[in-house]
Design a protein. Structure first.
Lengths: 337, 663
C-alpha cells in the first residue's frame, strides 16, 4: 500500500489527546466545543490507498477533509494514529526526513491555487525544485517541460495575476508534477473554478493519471467530481468515514441515509458499468459491437438505441459477457424503486 | 471591510434607540452631569488652587548632578572611555567623512547623482522631480546645509533600517516577540519628538551623536512595525505552499515571506525616512547644523524670510524623498506586470538602466570637479528670498494685523486664558480627578483612571504644575479648534467627490511636511506667543481629522443611508442620525491622532514664544538639562494620559454603544 492510515485523529484545542477515543468524541461538534473547547476535525479514520489509485474523499464543508489531507504530509500533526507511506511511519520522521518526504515524494495542489504572485509562472512551477536545491538551468528546463504537459508553454514568463483561474490551477498542477512525486494530494483543487473549466480540469487530471499513474488523494465536496475521478470514494461526515467504496457501490448501496441523501439524484447510468449489468455469454453471435467492462451505461445507451442486437463485453481479448437493452433498462429503473 | 465596520449589530441597534423613555432619561442624566461638574468646579475655585509647593520633589538637581558626574568621569569611567566616547568619536568621524565625500562630489555631481538614482529607482518623472527639488535647495543658497542634513539622514536611516527591518522580521515570524515589542513601540510613538532629546543630552551633551541617536530611535518604530506587519500579512496559504514543498525556515523567509512583505517593508522605509527628516530638523535644538539650524536660528531672530527659505528647503526635501521612495515602491510592485520582453526592443532592462544611471553619475561628478570646479553652489547664483519675503511680511503685517490681532486676542481671551485660569484655579486633585473620571467614563475599568490620576499628580510632584497646565490649556484649545474645523471639512469631502479630489493633494502635502516647518508661516502672520503655536498645531493636526471623518462617513453602508432616505430623512437628519453616529469610531480615531499631533507641535512651539513645557525643554537643552529632563518627563506623562484616554474613547464606545445607555 502506498498510503495507509490507521485510526487517525485530529483534535484542535487545549489538551487534544484526552478527547481521542473517549466517549466525548462522539458528542455533536458544538457540544464538544462548549464542554472542552476542542474541535474533533478527524475522528478515527483508517484507509489504504494502492499505488496508482485515485482515492477521493468527499464530504461537506467542515467535515474534516482538508485536515485529513494535510496530515498526510504533516502540514498538520495528527493527534493520534499512524500514517504509513510506503510502509514508513511518517509520524516518526525527524524534521530533515520529513522535508525530504515533502520535497520528493508527496506534493500538493491547493484549493486557491497558492501561486506566489511575485514569481513568474515558470518560477512558480520550478518552486519545488528550487527548494530541493536543483540548479537554475536544470529546474527551468524541467519547468518548461511540465508547462508543456499542462498546455501552458506560452505563459512561462507571465505573472500569476495575468492568468485566469483555470490556468492558474494548471500552474498549480504543473508545480506539483514538476518534482515528479509518487503521491499527489489535491485539496478541492477545482472548487473555485467555473463548472465548464472544472470539467476541463477533471479531464486533464484523468489524462495525466492515465499517462503518469500517480497515487492521488483527491478531496472534493462535489459528488459528480468524486464519481468521475475516483477509483474509490470515501464519504466523510463530521470527521468520520461513513462509507468507502467504488463509485458504483456508493451510489447503488449507500451505507446510510446520509450517503443515500447525497447520491439520490445521481443517474445510475452515470455510475453503473457494463460489468455489473452483463450476463454471461449466452451463445448469441450477432453483436452491435464490443465494449470494455468498465464502460458506463450512459455510453452504452446510444449504441443499443441504434441496434436490436446486444453488445459483447470484452476484457483482455476475451468475451466475458453480453449486455442487452433489457438489462440496461432494468438496471436504470431500479433507480425509481 | 465595509460590512465589518458598518457593524450590523450597531446598525440594528439604531432604530431601537430613540425610544422615548430612555432618551429622556439620558437627557436628564446629562443635565445632572453638567450641573454636578459645574458645582464641583465652582467649589474647586474656592479652594486653594494648584499643587502644594512642599510636596514638590526636585528631580532637576539629581539629573544635573548626574550630568556633572558624566562630564567629570568622561575620561576615566570605563563605560565612557570604552563605550560612549568612542561611539561619539565614531559618529562624528563618520558624519564628517560623509559630509566630506558628498561635498567632494560637488554640488553638480551630487544633484545629478541623486536625481539619476531617483530616476532609475522610481521612473524618470521622479528623477526630474529630484533634480528640480535639489536644484531649488541649491538656488535658495542652502546647499552646504542641505548636504549636512542629507548626511545625517543617510546615517540615521541606514542605522534605523539595519536595526528595524531584522527586528521587524523576527517580530513578524514570532508572535511572542511581537507581543513584547508592541507596548515598547506604542510607548515610543506616544513620546513627542522633543522629549527624545533631553535624556540623550544628559549622556552625550549636545552635538551630532545626540542628534543621530535621537533620529534613529525616533525613526525606528515604523520600520519595525511595517516589516512585522508585512511578514504577518503573508497568507497562511502561501506559507503552507512553501511548507508542503519542504521549505526550510530560511527558504520560507527568503523565497516567500520577504518578497511578499516587500511592499510593506518599502512603506516602512518611506516612513522611516520621513520620520528621520522630521527629527533631523528638530535636532537643531541640540546643536546639529543643517537646514533645521537655518530655520531654528532664523526663528530665534524672528527673521521670517530666512526661516521661510529654510522651511521651503525642508519641505522640498520632504516632498522629494517621499515621492521618490513611494514611486520606487509602486514601480517595484508594478514591475512584475511589465516583463521587459513585451515592451518591444527599445526597453532597457533594469540592470541597463542602473548601469546608465551610475555612469551618468560618475560623469557628472567628473564634470563637477574638473569642468565646473565648484564644490559649493556659487553664492552669486543663489537667490536670496529672505529680503523680499521680509518686506512682504512687513506689508502683510501692516494690512492683516487687524484681523490676526483680533484672532490672537480673542483666542487668548476666550480660550487660552480662561482655561488656564480654570486649571490653575482649582486644586490639583480636582484636575487629576477629572482626568481619572474621564478615564473611567471611557474605559469602565480601574486601571486607566489610576494611571491618569498618577500621571497628572506626577506632573505636580516634579514641580511643573503651572507650566504643564499652560501647555495643557494650549493643547485643549488647539484640539478643540482642529476638530471643529476638521469634522465639517471631512463631512463635506465625504459628500462631494470634487472636494475630496481637491483636498487630496493639499492634505498629502500637509502630511509630508515636518511639524517644525509649520511654525514659519504662522510666525509670519501671527508673530510670536502662544497663539501662533496653537494655530500651527491645529493646522498641522487637521489632515487626520479630515481624512478619518471622510473615511468614516464613506464607510457607512449605502443601504443604511438609503434606508434613512426612504423614511424621508433630510440630509441633515441622515448626517446626524446615521452617518456621524456610524462614523464615530473612525472620527474618534482621528481625534486621537489629532491630540497627539497637537501635543507635539505645541511643545515645539516653545521655540516661538509658546512658553509651557516646550520652552522649558528648549531652555533645558542648552542651559539646564536637569530642568529640561523634568519638563520632558511631564510631556511624557501628559502624552500618556491624553493618548490612552482618547484611544479608549474610540475603542470602548465604538464597540459597545448600548453599554452607556443601559447602565
Ligand atoms: N487550525 C484549526 N484550529 C481549530 N479548528 C480548526 C482548524 N482547522 C480546521 N478546524 C476545524 O476543523 C473542522 C474541519 O475543518 P476542515 O478540515 O477545514 O474541513 P473541510 O476541509 O472538510 O471543509 C472545521 O470545523 C474547522 O472549523
Ligand atoms: Mg477544506
Amino acid at each position: 500500500m502506498t498510503v495507509s492510515c490507521r485510526d487517525v485523529w485530529k483534535v484542535y484545542g487545549p489538551r487534544p489527546e484526552r478527547i481521542v477515543g473517549s466517549p466525548q468524541a462522539d458528542l455533536p461538534r458544538s457540544e464538544l466545543l462548549a464542554r472542552t473547547g476542542c474541535v474533533a476535525a478527524v475522528r478515527g479514520v483508517s484507509f489504504d490507498v494502492a499505488p496508482g489509485e485515485v482515492f477521493v474523499v468527499m464530504g461537506l464543508s467542515g467535515s474534516g477533509k482538508s485536515t485529513l489531507v494535510r496530515m498526510l504530509n504533516r502540514l498538520h500533526e495528527p493527534t493520534a494514529g499512524t500514517i504509513l507511506i510506503d510502509g514508513e511511519d511518517i509520524g516518526a520522521l525527524d524534521a530533515d526526513r520529513l522535508r525530504e518526504l515533502r520535497r520528493r515524494r508527496v506534493s500538493m495542489v491547493f484549493q486557491h491555487f497558492g501561486l506566489l504572485p511575485h514569481r513568474r509562472i515558470v518560477d512558480n512551477v520550478a518552486f519545488g525544485l528550487e527548494i530541493q536545491g536543483v540548479d537554475r538551468t536544470e529546474r527551468l528546463r524541467r519547468a518548461h517541460e511540465v508547462l508543456e504537459v499542462v498546455g501552458l508553454e506560452g505563459w512561462a514568463d507571465a505573472f500569476p495575476e495575468e492568468l485566469s483561474g483555470g490556468m492558474q490551477q494548471r500552474v498549480g498542477l504543473a508545480r506539483a508534477l514538476a518534482t515528479d512525486p509518487e503521491i499527489m494530494l489535491f485539496d478541492e483543487p477545482f472548487s473555485a473554478l467555473d463548472p465548464l473549466i472544472r470539467r476541463d480540469m477533471q479531464d486533464e487530471v484523468l489524462r495525466l493519471q492515465r499517462e503518469l499513474r500517480k497515487t492521488m488523494i483527491f478531496i472534493t465536496h462535489d459528488l459528480m467530481e468524486a464519481l468521475k475521478l475516483g477509483d474509490r470514494i470515501a464519504v466523510m461526515k463530521d470527521g468520520r468515514f461513513v462509507q468507502v467504496g467504488t463509485p458504483e457501490e456508493v451510489v447503488i448501496r449507500p451505507a446510510d441515509a446520509y450517503v443515500a441523501d447525497f447520491t439520490r439524484d445521481v443517474p445510475r447510468s452515470h455510475v453503473l458499468r457494463a460489468r455489473s449489468v452483463m450476463q454471461p455469454p449466452n451463445g448469441a453471435h450477432a453483436f452491435a459491437g464490443d465494449v470494455s467492462p468498465e464502460t458506463l451505461l450512459v455510453d452504452l445507451l446510444p449504441i443499443l438505441a441504434r441496434s436490436e442486437a446486444p453488445l459483447r463485453v470484452v476484457e483482455d481479448g476475451r468475451a466475458i459477457g453480453v449486455v442487452d437493452r433489457a438489462a440496461v433498462l432494468a438496471a436504470m429503473v431500479e433507480d425509481a424503486g | 471591510m465595509q460590512e465589518r465596520l458598518g457593524g450590523s449589530p450597531r446598525a440594528a441597534a439604531l432604530p431601537g434607540r430613540p425610544v422615548a423613555a430612555p432618551g429622556q432619561h439620558a437627557w436628564a442624566r446629562r443635565a445632572a452631569w453638567v450641573l454636578g461638574l459645574g458645582a464641583a468646579v465652582a467649589l474647586g475655585l474656592r479652594l486653594a488652587g494648584g499643587f502644594p509647593e512642599r510636596w514638590v520633589v526636585d528631580l532637576a538637581r539629581s539629573f544635573n548632578a548626574f550630568q556633572d558626574w558624566v562630564i567629570t568621569n568622561q575620561r576615566t569611567h570605563p563605560v565612557f572611555r570604552y563605550g560612549l566616547v568612542p561611539l561619539k568619536d565614531l559618529v562624528n568621524g563618520s558624519f564628517d567623512a560623509i559630509v566630506r565625500l558628498l561635498s567632494r562630489m560637488t554640488w553638480f555631481g551630487l544633484i545629478a547623482t541623486l536625481s539619476l538614482i531617483s530616476g532609475a529607482a522610481a521612473g524618470w518623472r521622479k528623477g526630474v522631480l529630484a533634480a528640480v527639488g535639489f536644484g531649488s535647495m541649491a538656488l535658495l543658497g542652502l546647499w552646504p546645509e542641505s548636504v549636512e542634513t542629507l548626511a545625517l539622514m543617510v546615517m540615521a536611516v541606514v542605522a534605523a533600517l539595519a536595526v528595524g527591518i531584522p527586528l521587524g522580521i523576527v517580530a513578524g515570524r514570532r508572535p511572542v516577540v511581537d507581543r513584547l515589542l508592541r507596548p515598547v513601540l506604542d510607548g515610543m510613538q506616544t513620546i513627542p519628538a522633543f522629549s527624545y532629546l533631553v535624556p540623550l543630552v544628559l549622556l552625550f551633551s549636545i552635538g551630532t551623536t545626540t542628534a543621530l541617536i535621537a533620529t534613529i530611535v525616533f525613526a525606528l518604530p515604523p520600520a519595525i512595525r511595517l516589516t512585522s506587519l508585512g511578514v504577518r500579512l503573508v497568507s497562511r496559504g502561501a506559507i503552507e505552499v512553501a511548507e508542503s514543498f519542504g521549505s526550510t525556515r530560511r527558504q520560507l523567509l527568503w523565497k516567500v515571506q520577504l518578497p511578499l512583505a516587500k511592499p510593506h517593508i518599502m512603506l516602512g522605509v518611506n516612513q522611516t525616512i520621513m520620520m528621520a527628516l522630521g527629527m533631523v530638523v528638530i535636532a537643531a535644538s541640540v546643536g546639529f547644523r543643517g537646514l533645521g539650524r537655518v530655520v531654528y536660528n532664523a526663528l530665534q531672530r524672528r527673521d521670517v524670510g530666512e526661516a521661510l527659505a529654510g522651511g521651503i528647503a525642508i519641505v522640498v526635501l520632504a516632498v522629494v524623498l517621499d515621492r521618490v521612495t513611494m514611486g520606487w515602491s509602486e514601480r517595484d510592485r508594478r514591475q512584475r506586470g511589465v516583463g521587459s520582453p513585451r515592451l518591444g526592443r527599445w526597453t532597457l532592462s533594469r540592470r541597463a538602466v542602473w548601469a546608465a544611471a551610475v555612469a551618468g553619475a560618475v560623469l557628472a561628478v567628473v564634470v563637477g570637479r574638473e569642468v565646473l570646479r565648484q564644490q559649493d553652489f556659487p553664492t552669486t547664483w543663489a537667490l536670496s528670498i529672505s529680503e523680499p519675503v521680509n518686506r512682504a511680511v512687513a506689508w502683510l503685517t501692516l494690512h492683516v494685523s487687524d484681523v490676526t490681532e483680533a484672532m490672537t486676542g480673542s483666542m487668548i481671551r476666550f480660550g487660552l486664558d480662561p482655561l488656564r485660569d480654570l486649571l490653575l484655579g482649582v486644586p490639583w486633585w480636582m484636575v487629576a480627578g477629572g482626568a481619572a473620571l474621564a478615564a473611567w467614563k471611557v474605559s469602565r475599568r480601574p486601571g486607566l483612571p489610576i494611571l491618569a490620576f498618577t500621571c497628572v499628580a506626577g506632573v505636580g510632584l516634579v514641580g511643573m504644575w503651572e507650566i504643564s497646565m499652560d501647555t495643557l490649556s494650549q493643547v485643549v484649545v488647539a484640539v478643540a479648534s482642529s476638530v471643529v474645523l476638521a469634522i465639517p471639512i471631512g463631512v463635506w469631502s465625504a459628500w462631494d467627490d470634487r472636494v475630496r479630489r481637491a483636498l487630496r493633494p493639499i492634505l498629502d502635502a500637509m502630511q509630508t511636511m515636518p511639524q517644525f516647518v509649520y511654525l514659519v508661516p504662522v510666525v509670519a502672520l501671527f508673530g510670536v506667543g502662544r497663539v501662533p503655536g496653537v494655530i500651527a498645531a491645529l493646522v498641522y493636526a487637521l489632515p487626520p481629522g479630515i481624512r478619518l471623518t471622510d473615511t468614516g462617513i464613506r464607510q457607512v453602508p449605502r443601504e443604511t443611508v438609503e434606508a434613512a432616505l426612504a423614511f424621508g430623512s433630510t440630509r441633515w437628519q441622515v448626517l446626524t442620525k446615521v452617518q456621524l453616529p456610524l462614523a464615530r469610531p473612525s472620527i474618534l480615531l482621528g481625534v486621537n491622532q489629532t491630540v497627539m499631533m497637537v501635543l507635539s507641535v505645541v511643545i515645539i512651539a516653545g521655540l516661538v514664544g509658546g512658553g509651557g513645557l516646550g520652552y522649558e525643554v528648549i531652555q533645558g537643552l542648552s542651559h539646564d538639562p536637569g530642568r529640561g529632563m523634568v519638563a520632558g518627563i511631564c510631556i511624557l506623562l501628559l502624552a500618556i494620559v491624553i493618548d490612552r484616554i482618547t484611544q479608549m474613547m474610540g475603542r470602548v464606545r465604538g464597540a459597545a454603544p448600548a453599554a452607556g445607555a443601559s447602565v
